[in-house]
Design a protein around this ligand. Structure first.
Ligand code: HEM
Length: 502
């Protein structure tokens, strides 16, 4: 106890905590509370990452807050985030045991698994398998292109019907993106109205919504609340049961139809790996159906909202900056034209388009506070003591707004990613996918999807807000990811810019 007190005396400074709740409610105000008690105007409705970035001006780039009695250290700015995650990976790559998350994941799978040999093996296997199924080898490209062709047809039909009011693109984009994950993991694509598909997405959305934005967040401070027999607590248990039943059905179906000579997807490959490990006599192998179950859930959750929200942010910026939308479309027209299907090999010839995608990712940061890390041992870091078990919050949003590494960080300027010859250059402080050992496992897949989706849509359509509609706030909605506030767009079929120019 004395040692613990001594450690706590040397932790980074921070605002004084309240008894029982700590600083909960000051930074992490779930939207259900904000909606009810918070400020009514959008501009005053600050998301957690903005509030945390502002606090860094008071307490410095590393400061402490408490959620209940749990110590959290927030890392702000590029230098500190990089120092912790890249230079001290052995200490800062673990994941904390957050009660609501542990209920849903049992700390298995990849995203919330503790740092160690089991996580490493599972991550390596999934990464290699996804790569073999197409990442980096372009064989996933036709699958994405097929989905995009469907998306464009649907968009054309629906936008004609809703010409006056505009259309909310979120469900269509979300469907196209989750179908890529479905193809890779389940070997199957779904129509966005397919009841099985809607049920699966609905359950996952609801589970996340309850965990992040409902009174169930209090389970993180008082874990016994989980067992309350009413309200969102009861609903959370039901959602968990339904997701379990759904994923178990998928695994059973795969097991019954598996042909080892023709594996169809990640689930097949995983089942084969399990058999291989058993045959090799590895009795305590972590490759079990139980693990597979959580991996499927992880990849859906990690791979769907992040990518869909990034596409929606990019389209929103295009709508708000018609001059940039025009410039991107001219570049696509010049290089690809309006007919040819866009390919990843076009990327190198579309530098302004790529720079625009990166600039929106810089400003919006789909996962602004990354996924919480945890100190796996007590350590001295930059003059402070970080006790074992401290939750580490890398504020990626602050890295992308850090004035020591970006000129005019708040302004939207795609050209900052172009060199004098007009070629794209990647700044090392651009880290939308995180940094270090826990860096996003789907980075290549996400980049591929973002490029193909955004360019294909901008090749085919011109996007604008419905006449008379005020522009939506750029604050976004912060849950696990940062989503743009809902907006409707009008999409007109695009004619060739070069021809109309001539
Ligand atoms: C983790 C961003 C798409 C799978 C992460 C992290 C970030 C991130 C910031 C946390 C890094 C950390 O904890 O320090 C994004 C963005 C995406 C995207 C911005 C889209 C634009 C995807 C996709 C997949 C995926 C498509 C699916 C294959 C994962 C996994 C992790 C992760 C499995 C956990 C890695 C680990 O804990 O070892 N992502 N991601 N992500 N992402 Fe992504």
């Amino acid at each position: 106890v004395r040692q613990k007190r001594r450690d706590l005396a040397k932790i980074p400074p921070g605002p004084p905590p309240w008894p029982l709740v700590g600083n909960f409610g000051f930074f992490f105000v779930p939207s259900f509370i904000r909606r009810r008690f918070g400020p009514k105007s959008d501009s005053a409705d600050k998301n957690a990452m903005i509030a945390l970035t502002e606090k860094a001006e008071v307490y410095g780039n590393m400061f402490s807050i408490f959620v209940g009695s749990q110590l959290m250290v927030v890392l702000n700015g590029y230098e500190v985030v990089k120092d912790a995650l890249s230079n001290h990976p052995e200490v800062f790559s673990d994941r904390p045991d957050i009660p609501t998350v542990t209920i849903m994941t049992k700390r298995k799978g990849i995203v919330f698994a503790p740092y160690g040999p089991v996580w490493r093996k599972q991550r390596k296997f999934c990464h290699t398998t996804l790569r073999n199924f197409g990442l980096g080898k372009l064989s996933l490209e036709p699958c994405i292109q097929q989905g995009l062709a469907t998306l464009k047809t649907e968009l054309l039909q629906l936008s004609e019907k809703s010409a006056a009011t505009g259309l909310n693109l979120a469900p269509l984009i979300s469907n196209a993106v989750s179908n890529v994950i479905c193809s890779l993991i389940l070997g199957q694509r779904f129509h966005h109205e397919d009841p099985e598909f809607r049920n699966m997405l609905g359950l996952m959305d609801r589970g996340l919504e309850i965990c992040v934005n409902s009174p169930a967040v209090l389970i993180n401070i008082f874990p016994l609340l989980y067992y309350l027999p009413f309200g969102v607590f009861k609903e959370l248990r039901q959602v968990e049961e339904d997701i379990t039943a759904f994923l178990k059905r998928i695994i059973v179906k795969h097991r019954e139809t598996l042909d080892p000579d023709h594996p169809r997807d990640l689930v097949d490959m995983y089942l084969m790996e399990m058999v291989a490990k058993q045959a090799a006599g590895e009795e305590n192998s972590s490759f079990t159906e139980d693990y597979l179950f959580y991996i499927i859930g992880d990849l859906f959750i990690a791979g769907t909202d992040t990518t869909a929200n990034s596409v929606l942010w990019i389209l929103l910026y295009m709508v708000l900056h018609p001059d940039i939308q025009d410039k991107v479309q001219r570049e696509i027209d010049e290089v690809v034209g309006v007919q040819r299907i866009l390919s990843l090999t076009d990327k190198g010839s579309l530098p302004f388009t790529e720079a625009t995608i990166m600039e929106v990712q810089r400003l919006t940061v789909a996962v602004p506070l990354a996924i919480p890390h945890m100190a796996s041992e007590t350590t001295e870091f930059r003059g402070y003591t970080i006790p074992k078990g401290t939750v580490i919050v890398p504020n990626l949003w602050s890295v992308h707004r850090d004035p020591t590494v970006w000129d005019e960080p708040d302004s939207f300027n795609p050209a900052r990613f172009l060199d004098e010859e007009g070629k794209v250059f990647r700044k090392e402080c651009f880290i939308p996918f995180g940094i270090g050992r826990r860096v996003c496992m789907g980075e290549q897949l996400a980049k591929m999807e973002l490029f193909l989706t955004v360019t294909s849509l901008l090749q085919a359509f011109k996007f604008s807000l419905p006449e008379g509609t005020p522009p939506p706030t750029l604050n976004g909605r912060f849950g696990l990811t940062l989503a743009p506030c809902l907006y409707n767009v009008c999409s007109q079929k695009e004619s060739c810019h070069m021809c109309s120019h001539r």
